[in-house]
Design a protein around this ligand. Structure first.
Ligand code: K2U
Ligand code: ZN
Length: 174
């Protein structure tokens, strides 16, 4: 089922998530809920802390070509084991910081190791949007948001906008 996505600022988005000891049916169900939530947003990535779960689990599907076969990935305990010297700038957004976009520079290519939903160890090198997205999601597991790469003044302005948005959303709900 779809889960509510936490909006910044929220202490749960700043915590370092705990490693997943082993892949249970409950964690596989969480990965499915996260994929459903991500597609509905819509988004191309989502990390467990964004739905309030402090576990090292991310999901992503950066296939954007119309009609192309989707490639939903669930990564448990993902680790970047190598990255290129070459760097890319991408205008990033975040489902926990709605309507805010900013340029972020990251390594253009990263090699990631993770455990998949069947408990098998995986290793793959990503480039392009996949590389940006997987780094954005792994940052979430370490309590890091893309606005943490911006100048303090710009970050504070964004945080103030999100506080205002959350206040308005709470008023609507009341
Ligand atoms: O983690 C999230 O909040 C989902 C992010 C993932 C992402 C952000 C920036 C760049 C790549 C991936 C997005 O909100 S998903 C929405 C989106 C889709 C395409 C391009 C940028 C953002
Ligand atoms: Zn995000």
């Amino acid at each position: 089922m779809k889960r509510p996505i936490l909006i910044h600022p929220d202490p749960r988005l700043k915590k370092v998530a705990d490693a997943v000891p082993d892949i249970s049916d409950e964690l596989r169900a969480l990965a499915d809920d996260m994929l459903e939530t991500m597609y509905a947003a819509p988004g191309i990535g989502l990390a467990a802390p964004q739905v309030g779960i402090g576990r090292r689990l991310i999901v992503l599907d950066c296939i954007k070509e119309e009609g192309a076969e989707p490639r939903p990935l669930a990564m448990f305990n993902p680790v970047v084991v190598a990255c290129s010297d070459e760097r890319n700038v991408y205008e990033e957004g975040c489902l926990s910081i709605p309507e805010i976009y900013a340029d972020v520079e990251r390594p253009a290519e990263v090699t990631v190791e993770w455990v998949d939903r069947d408990g098998a160890a995986q290793r793959e090198t990503f480039d392009g949007l996949w590389a940006t997205c997987v780094q954005h999601e792994i940052d979430h597991l370490d309590g890091k948001l893309f606005i943490d790469y911006l100048r303090p003044l710009k970050r504070q302005m964004i945080t103030r906008k999100m506080v205002k948005l959350k206040r308005e959303l709470a008023r609507e709900k009341a």
